[in-house]
Structures are given as C-alpha cells and as structure tokens.
Design a protein around this ligand. Structure first.
Ligand code: PLP
Length: 368
C-alpha cells in the first residue's frame, strides 16, 4: 500500500532554521504577552499582506469570537451555512442568533442577492466567508451593509495573501479574521489574527484578547485569553520566509489538476473567480450527476487507495444539531448550499504533493 495522502499536509521549514528562534526565546525568557516575536510577526504580516494593523491570536476561532465582541455585535447575524463550523460557533459564543442565507453557485460564497430578504430589525451584522480563498462580492455586500447600517466581519480563514485588483482582500468590511491552523496555507501550528482598519480598533482588540485589561489594575470588558505565544509567533516568522514558494507549488498543482481533469465527464473544477492573486488553498471539485459513480463512492474509492480527500463542506453548518432548529436552517431556504454539499470533494493539495501522486489521484478519478 502506498503512503497515505491527506487533503493537506502542513508545510514545515527545515528544523535547523528554527533553532536560532528557540535560542532567543530561551535566552530572553519572554514566552508570551506581546513579546518581541509577537510584535515582529504582526509587523511582518502587515507588510506581507499589505494591511495597516493586525492583532495576533491563539487561533482563528477566538479571533472570530473577539471580532464580534470588539464591534459589540448582538441580535442576529447573517452568515453562510457553507463553511467550517467555527464561523457560526463564534456567533453562539456571543449569544448571537445565526441567520443562514444561501450561497452563490459559482464562487460558493454568500449570495448578496439573497441577503436583504433575511434582514430583520434585530440584524446587526453580516459574516461572510471567502470560501476556499475566492473573494466574496465585497462591493455588493458593503452596499447592503451601508444601506441597513450593518457591520461586516469577514471570516477570511482561507484567504491568506489573496488580492483583488486594488490590493488585499482583507481590507474589506469592518474586520477580517484569519486562521493560521496547521491545515491552512500559512500556519503557526495553531494561530489566527484580526485585520483591523485603525490603531484604535487594534488597541481595543488587544485588550479583549488579554482578559479586557487596559492597564495593570483596570479591566473594562469580559475579555478572553486569546494571545499568540512567542513560540507560535516565531514559527510564523520562519514560515513567512517560505510561504511564497509554498503557494507557487500549490499553483502548479492547481494548474495540473485543471488540465488533467478538464475532459473527465461529470467532474466540475470550480472556476478561478478572477482574483488577481489567489492562494490555491483548496482544490474543490463538484461530482455531477453525469459522473459514473456518486460523490460518496468516489470519496470511498480514493480512501480505499489511502487517498483522503475531504467533503468540505458537508454536512452544512445548518444541519448540525445546535443549528438545525433555526427557521433559516431549513434545506428549502438553502437549495444551492444543500446541492453543493452533496457534490463537493476537496482533493489533496499541498506543496510536497508529488507529480506521481497527483497523476495517481487523477487516474483514479478519470477511470470513474
Ligand atoms: C479553519 C477555519 C476556522 C477556524 O480557525 P482555527 O484557527 O482552526 O480556530 C474558521 N473558519 C473557517 C472558514 C476555517 O476554515
């Protein structure tokens, strides 16, 4: 049996490159609380991503929870059912009611044309996801937000480094939230960040991620402990040196998949949505009715060969027990998301994936 191939494999720089970072931590004994590596990584990421202010977090989920708290979001928030469950969980952690709106069939992002109908007097914000790193229709979403005086918080967990014609996709909305989990394009083992528009917002977020302390003796909010440690920050600094190379290899894999799968009947490689700079974080295909076997049969067939593709995103968030009782969670309300959840399969894509493995995966899919 061949070695298992997972949907992703964390990218790690050579171990010896990390030793000097460890020595620094051991020497200065600053382990967390906004130490030197934490500050350096914030600066380095601002520069790399082309944004003004970043607050680092232990993980993306706590960053989402804190982003909502920072903007004092309450009541109802419009969001997508087609995402990782942390998107909606961050709302429940703030006592907010998620209102699910269907996705758009080409990008699989929240469909702006369906947002207005879901707005009620309780709606205070929209939380879209740049799914697989494909930018949402940010202009249409902002227009609705402006008309109804709503905040916009982007779950940008998949969108590290993605740019549109005018710059970073992360500059849109009131806040954007990144994840640096091991499975993401850029990882700090565990980690996340909030991209903030101004220094004042960053200061409030930095206080909220440190229990709500504003000085030694003053606590102004029930903040959480969301601080990224020096160890994770150091990993981030090192990873950043290698991330362009990693994304370049992902791009090659993406291109190869598209070429080799182009003529396979019933396999729909979702289009590149035209963003100026993509990150190739996922390679989703839709297994359509014309394909000889079902999506689940293909998933199992690959698994039997030790190839672990993933059904991201199935089940929909709205189908999990803590959400399915909501009126907006009904499948009739979410026809596109429901359809896609039963067709989608994310194929392995990561820098170390070899061309031989790629060819083997494609051959298995092509034979049906
Ligand atoms: C990974 C992910 C998260 C959660 O990030 P963590 O860093 O794992 O907490 C949130 N939303 C989406 C869309 C994700 O893919």
């Amino acid at each position: 049996m061949d070695k298992p191939i997972y949907v992703t494999q964390p990218h790690l720089p050579p171990l010896e490159e990390f030793i000097p970072y460890l020595e620094k931590i051991w020497n200065n004994k600053i382990l967390t609380n906004g130490g030197p590596f934490h500050q350096q990584l914030e600066q380095a990421l601002c520069q790399y991503l082309g944004v003004e202010h970043i607050a680092l977090f232990t993980n993306g989920t706590l960053a989402l929870v804190t982003a909502l708290q920072a903007l004092r979001v309450t009541g109802e928030v419009i969001t997508t059912p087609y995402s990782f469950v942390a998107t909606s969980h961050s709302l429940l952690w703030n006592g907010i009611k998620p209102v699910f709106v269907d996705i758009e069939p080409n990008t699989l992002n929240l469909d702006p044309a369906k947002i207005e109908a879901a707005i009620t007097p309780q709606t205070t914000a929209i939380m879209p996801v740049h799914c697989y790193g494909h930018p949402c229709d940010v202009d249409a979403i902002q227009k609705i937000a402006d008309n109804y005086n709503l905040k916009v918080i982007y779950d940008a967990a998949h969108a590290f480094g993605v740019k549109d014609a005018d710059g970073s996709i992360l500059r849109h909305g009131d806040l954007s939230v990144l994840s640096f989990h091991a499975t993401k394009v850029f990882n700090t083992f565990e980690g996340g960040a909030i991209v903030c528009p101004d220094a004042k917002t960053k200061l409030r977020i930095d206080q909220l991620k440190n229990f709500g302390f504003v000085d030694e003796v003053t606590v102004v909010a029930p903040g959480i402990n969301g601080k990224m440690s020096e160890l994770n920050s150091a990993i981030g600094l090192l990873q950043l040196k290698h991330v362009d190379q990693a994304i370049a290899r992902r791009k090659e894999i993406d291109t190869t998949y598209r070429q080799l799968l182009k003529n396979v009947e019933g396999i729909n490689c979702l289009l590149n949505s035209g963003e100026k700079v993509a990150n190739y974080s996922y390679f989703p295909i839709l297994v359509e009715a014309q394909y000889p076997i079902s999506r689940n049969a293909l998933y199992q067939k690959l698994k039997d060969q030790n190839i672990y593709a993933r059904r991201y995103f199935y089940p929909l968030i709205s189908d999990f027990p803590m959400y399915r009782g909501l009126p907006s969670a009904r499948r009739e309300n979410l026809p596109v998301a429901t359809d896609v959840a039963f067709k989608v399969l994310c194929l392995p894509i990561y820098p170390e994936l070899t061309n031989d493995s790629l060819q083997r995966i494609v051959n298995l899919i092509a034979e049906g």
